[in-house]
Design a protein around this ligand. Structure first.
Ligand code: ZN
Length: 452
């Protein structure tokens, strides 16, 4: 197995919930000398320093301060959440007096059918009241992962549901309730969760727990062209962008390299820690202040900044080629997908695309283009949302994949490496880019983008 794919799979396996993704990244950054900043404390930043900040335990922004004065920010953003099911309060539900199920609700736009008949488990965080005398009343957050096959959502046999293959409409409250055990005490689930967290059940005062697919990543195909795993959307981009960000450390740039991973993209990003929140803006403003720069300096630096919004894209489906745009047809292993939408659900415009293609050329990375069919609505992503708070030039990109929002998605084995290389090149790129406001056209066909 390719080294990058192996690393990607272990990153995903160690990330059964958004809180685990952020904790994995936190450990990696601490190990590389990054200092953790708290939003609740003053920030003292030094030229040449490396830092990160976490909001809600589920979104993380890391950055490096150049040794010399900087011009702008080079930002790459992706999201750490995936469609799944969240465990409700009072989760245990009986059936037939012996079966015990867990009551769940849907998180994000999941493809429901592939959640059936596969081993599932539970991970997330619990909020625990500390009972030691000096910490009376203090509440701490602890990660929890049951880390074994624990649940399964059984299909109804075809003999009892003859419409199963004719477009059956699933009811989440009825059809998607996972089976947990038989003849259990009322408190079994919470005892199991608190046991896995190493705390007493009575001290657990809150939780955010989600289902996850236990099936491990696999490499397959005649020439091992394909990879399949849960959460490729968007942990493939989280992993690749972080790797590129860390690999670019050596270069002393003229910009502040910023790496963002946001929670809640799958439910619209409008949370305190989502891409539409002030998290990125607050962080950049505080960097600006800590470096003794004025608010005018901040605005000047935004005008010289650039963002890559990295979220996976749809490859042409081999069984449904008619679903793709007639002339923009991304393939797995075809390189980074640049996403376009006239109504700006993707931020890419001609200028941003030109800049990104130029970057790919310099990094020797192939690229391809995506539009929705003009009669399909398609999805949206991070770029235009974070752009509302931090208005910088932005391009929406991603890696081509199939079965988006299934608990087991498929992508190209070669593509992760392409994104690592493009991310590294992006963070190493000088921000001394022209202001893309004025286009000088010569009388020949050689129009060019030039500085103001
Ligand atoms: Zn996504």
């Amino acid at each position: 197995m390719q080294e990058t794919v192996r690393e990607l799979f272990s990153f995903i396996e160690e990330s059964p919930s958004v809180f685990h993704v952020v904790e994995n990244m936190r450990r990696e950054l601490l190990g590389r000398g990054y200092g953790q900043l708290l939003e609740s404390e003053p920030w003292e930043l030094k030229a040449g320093g490396k830092y990160f900040v976490i909001r809600n335990g589920s979104s993380l922004i890391s950055f490096r301060i150049p040794r010399e004065d900087y011009k702008g920010f080079q930002i790459m953003a992706s999201h750490c959440d995936s469609p799944t099911f969240k465990i409700k309060e009072n989760p245990q539900m009986e059936a037939e007096g012996v079966y015990v199920r867990l009551n769940v609700e849907k998180y994000g736009g999941a493809l429901l059918a592939p959640w059936f008949d596969r081993p599932l488990s539970v991970a997330g965080r619990v909020l625990v009241r500390k009972n030691v005398a000096e910490e009376q009343g203090r509440i701490v957050s602890k990660l929890v992962d049951i880390d074994r096959d624990l649940l399964l959502i059984p299909s109804l046999a075809i003999h009892m549901n003859r419409e199963a293959n004719d477009g059956y409409k699933y009811n989440v409250q009825k059809d998607l309730i996972p089976l947990y055990g038989m003849d259990l005490d009322k408190e079994t689930f919470m005892e199991q969760i608190s046991g896995a967290a190493g705390v007493c059940a009575k001290d657990v005062v809150g939780y955010d727990l989600f289902l996850y697919n236990r099936v491990k990543g696999s490499v397959w195909g005649a020439k091992e062209e394909f990879i399949s795993s849960g959460k490729l959307d968007d942990l493939q981009c989280v992993f690749a962008s972080l790797k590129g960000f860390l690999q670019s450390e050596e270069r002393v740039g003229e910009s502040v390299p910023v790496h963002c991973v946001f929670d809640n993209e799958e439910v619209g990003s409008s949370t305190r820690q989502g891409a539409a929140s002030t998290f990125l803006q607050d962080t950049l403003v505080r960097v600006n202040e800590a470096m003794g720069r004025s608010s005018g300096d901040y605005r000047r630096s935004l005008s010289q900044s650039f963002m890559l919004s990295a979220d996976n894209a749809h490859a042409v489906h081999p069984n449904h080629p008619d679903k793709a745009c007639p002339t923009n047809r991304p393939k797995m292993n075809g390189g980074i997908v640049i996403k376009y939408n006239a109504e700006q659900r993707y931020t890419t415009d001609g200028v941003a695309a030109a800049l990104f293609k130029d970057l790919c050329g310099r990094a020797n990375v192939p690229w391809q283009t995506f539009h929705n069919r003009s009669d399909e609505r398609g999805g949206s992503t991070l770029g235009n949302l974070s752009g509302n708070q931090v208005a910088v030039k932005c391009v929406d990109i991603g890696l081509a994949q199939l079965a988006m929002h299934s608990p087991y998605e498929t992508a190209g084995a070669a593509d992760t490496d392409y994104l690592v290389r493009a991310a590294k090149a992006f963070y190493e790129m000088s921000v001394d880019e022209p202001e893309y406001g004025v286009v000088e056209c010569s009388s020949s066909f050689n129009s060019r983008i030039t500085a103001k």
